[in-house]
Design a protein around this ligand. Structure first.
Ligand SMILES: *[C@@H]1O[C@H](CO)[C@@H](O)[C@H](O)[C@H]1NC(C)=O
Ligand SMILES: *[C@@H]1O[C@H](CO)[C@@H](O)[C@H](O)[C@H]1NC(C)=O
Ligand SMILES: *[C@@H]1O[C@H](CO)[C@@H](O)[C@H](O)[C@H]1NC(C)=O
Ligand SMILES: *[C@@H]1O[C@H](CO)[C@@H](O)[C@H](O)[C@H]1NC(C)=O
Ligand SMILES: *[C@@H]1O[C@H](CO)[C@@H](O)[C@H](O)[C@H]1NC(C)=O
Length: 357
């Protein structure tokens, strides 16, 4: 009798322990479960699928060192990407993730990227993820919705109750309990489609500061988009969530812009001129609360997550996989040159111009 009770207790203990751990952390922390979606600072990877690593021969168009799945493992919860229209050689059409142009950097189809995110969400059932698509070639809601359906990620999509910013957003726990853990914003989606009500027009719900910055002294907390918001007061009163862009561009040969990697260890740090930590403090003062989203290049460097945890007052983070905070550098050897694809495109463009094409 006594032995049997002990055995039962012993078999139930690991179960209690594992459910306690698995059930109580939301987005890596138990303290975030009961906070509304818009009362959290979400770490974002700018141009998440555009990589600067071996896979792209260290393309200077790449914004991230590690792929989307690794970013999610490291604590990133907002993923942005640009969607472009592509004509396949067989006459069919597709939607690809490309940096400015599909000749410069093509990370594959939107569907395959969404399927990767969906697989990660399957394996991480207590995590709320946000996808932000830059609609470069004006895809319709039906075009994009078809990719969401074929990837299978639409099963997680959250649908807002109305086409205007709500008074307050649901808590992470209620999104998780309802099985609606995917927030999807599109910049821009002028015409909503009743068949795809989960595709939210970004600037209906979110405002951003200026994103084109080249010097660490250039950053501003003022609203830049949507353009009808001209002061922080207007932006705050509009009820929109604040997305803080925090990355630097370098202007290369022929005016082509690429992410500034040489200053990244300060850009993503907690201290230093134009660091994430100092900009979060500055913008938190302006709006009397931290931004809801922070969008970064090379998001694993810093580590940026330290500033985000501070902003969220999280000191009990669990379930993240460690990723190196070091920038990746190409080891240049005979036969490999940095940024080879970029230079190949520049050479092709210059040759075309010279030939008058
Ligand atoms: C969340 O709400 C608390 C309480 O109002 C506030 O102190 C905190 O700054 C808010 N954080 C964010 C990211 O909105
Ligand atoms: C794809 O083809 C259409 C016509 O079918 C054309 O208008 C469009 O410019 C082409 N797009 C690209 C990226 O070549
Ligand atoms: C999706 O994941 C596969 C397998 O890890 C990877 O090869 C591919 O590059 C990923 N696709 C995108 C668009 O990130
Ligand atoms: C959860 O789902 C129920 C039933 O569909 C709905 O009434 C409720 O508003 C949802 N809650 C959230 C936070 O979305
Ligand atoms: C990156 O920004 C820093 C700080 O402004 C600057 O010193 C550096 O030259 C920039 N790097 C590139 C490649 O433009």
């Amino acid at each position: 009798m006594f032995t049997k009770t002990l055995l039962q207790a012993a078999s139930i203990l690991p179960f209690l322990y594992s459910t306690a751990v698995a059930q109580t952390a939301c987005n890596n922390s138990p303290s975030l479960c009961n906070r509304p979606y818009n009362n959290i600072t979400h770490l974002g990877a700018h141009d998440s699928p555009f990589l600067r690593n071996e896979q792209t021969s260290f393309s200077t168009s790449g914004n991230q060192y590690y792929d989307t799945t690794t970013q999610l493992d490291a604590g990133v919860r907002l993923l942005s990407a640009q969607v472009h229209h592509v004509n396949n050689s067989d006459g069919s059409e597709a939607w690809h993730l490309c940096h400015s142009s599909c000749d410069l950097l093509d990370a594959g189809t939107l569907t395959s990227w969404l399927a990767n995110i969906s697989a990660w969400m399957d394996n991480n059932p207590n995590e709320v993820v946000t996808v932000l698509l830059v609609n470069s070639d004006d895809a319709s809601a039906a075009d994009l919705g078809a990719q969401f359906q074929s990837s299978g990620i639409d099963k997680y999509a959250y649908t807002p109750p109305s086409v205007s910013p709500p008074q307050t957003w649901p808590t992470l726990q209620s999104l998780i309990s309802n099985g609606t853990r995917l927030m999807t914003f599109v910049a821009s989606l002028q015409t909503p489609d009743a068949n795809f009500p989960y595709l939210m027009d970004e600037f209906t719900y979110i405002f951003e500061n200026e994103f084109e910055n080249e010097e660490p002294t250039d950053y501003s907390c003022n609203p830049d988009r949507p353009t009808d918001l001209t002061t922080p007061e207007q932006a705050a009163q509009s009820g929109r969530m604040f997305l803080m862009n925090h990355f630097l561009y370098s202007t290369q040969l022929f005016g082509i812009q690429s992410p500034n990697a040489s200053y990244i260890e300060t850009t993503n740090a907690q201290t230093g001129l134009g660091s994430l930590g100092t900009r979060l403090s500055a913008c938190t003062s302006v709006y009397a609360k931290p931004p809801t989203f922070v969008l970064l290049d090379f998001v694993t460097v810093g580590p940026a997550i330290a500033s985000i945890d501070l902003s969220n007052q999280v000191s009990d983070a669990v379930g993240r996989k460690a990723v190196s905070a070091e920038p990746l550098e190409e080891i240049v050897s005979a036969g490999s040159r940095p940024g080879a694809p970029f230079f190949a495109v520049v050479v092709a463009v210059v040759a075309a111009l010279a030939l008058g094409l």
